[in-house]
Unconditional design. Sequence first.
Length: 129
Amino acid sequence: MKKEGKVKHKLKQVTFRTVKKEVRKATSKKPCNCKHSGLVKGQASEPLFYVCLLESEEPKQWEGMICDPSVPNTCPFFKPSKTEEEIEKEVDATLKSGNMGTIASKYPDIAALLWVLSEEKEGDTDEED
């Protein structure tokens, strides 16, 4: 069994990598991540799609461009809806909540390491479980 210090170090590494992965996912140039993007329903049988809502407060000049994953991600107006700091705080809040179910569903690697650390703190050294 690994020593507690090594497990804590691995937890720190995995947490750092997880945060960076979440930041990459949330700031990638996709319609769902853009501050100016909004979901619109076409006809009843059609799925929802994204449109650019930039300057939509001026309806007579608003072009209402479709912002869809099929459109190349070269939009010059793209702005992530969340900052890197906000994403880091969300991950940190989830981890500090102590709700192992939520942690395990979102971050299974971190949950496993937290479980190992909690077992060591309880003094349970029975390796047969």
